[in-house]
Design a protein around this ligand. Sequence first.
Ligand SMILES: [Zn+2]
Length: 90
Amino acid sequence: MNPVCQACGQTFEPEPGFYFGAMFISYAMNTALFILVWVIYSYLTSNFSIVTLLILMGIASILLLPIFFRLSRTIWIYIFIRFDSKAKAD
Ligand SMILES: [Zn+2]
């Protein structure tokens, strides 16, 4: 992760532990993913197995971890800091 934005100069670590809250965004995204996997698996199979469902949820979660990690941090910083294209010039 870059220390500052190359476009506007905004620091990506406004304070220590800033991204702790991104964990809750990630939690919500993983919950939505689990529901999606559950619904898709329920439609595609005739003999439902909770073990298979948990394995599929684990695989989906691990595969999407790099995306969810970055996306949750991006959403979290967007909640508090607005993009200002002229900030570097000021
Ligand atoms: Zn920026």
